[in-house]
Design a protein around this ligand. Structure first.
Ligand code: THU
Length: 132
């Protein structure tokens, strides 16, 4: 367990989830990414009629952060109104791994589970372009 205070991140993730654009799946996801600058970057899923172009909440948060000038993160919270916590998809794991390893809290309205990016995606960069 990390010593991160997830409360403000949880609040941000639930708030941005309300703005998810998910007319096709009707599945709303919120993400809150804590930058090393102390700023919380929010993301929600943004779907598209050509389904494959859908952007997940997690990658949406990364895009917000990088566009604001932040490239280093210390925690991520992902929320959905499900029975069990959802975890970032494979594509999001790889995109998040670009910016290091950090604790991730996956939460529903009643329960949560903490993990790390390295647990979800081991050896994300090993060997590629000589990244360790
Ligand atoms: N989705 C996310 O935004 N994050 C996840 O971790 C899992 C899935 C979105 C993509 C799509 O808009 C909807 O949830 C159903 O898969």
């Amino acid at each position: 367990m990390s010593e991160t205070d997830f409360s403000p991140l949880l609040q941000s993730a639930w708030a941005v989830r309300d703005r998810a654009y998910a007319p096709y799946s009707k599945f709303h996801v919120g993400a809150a990414l804590l930058g090393s600058d102390g700023v919380i970057y929010q993301g929600c899923n943004v779907e598209n009629l050509s389904y494959g172009l859908t952007l997940c909440a997690e990658r949406s948060a990364v895009v917000q952060a990088v566009a604001a000038g932040c490239r280093s993160f210390t925690a991520l919270v992902v929320v959905a109104d499900t029975r069990e916590p959802i975890s970032p998809c494979g594509a999001c794991r790889q995109v998040l791994a670009e910016f290091g390893d950090f604790p991730i809290l996956m939460a529903t309205r009643v329960t949560s589970e903490e993990t790390t990016l390295a647990t979800l995606l081991p050896r994300a960069k090993t060997g590629i372009l000589d990244n360790a």
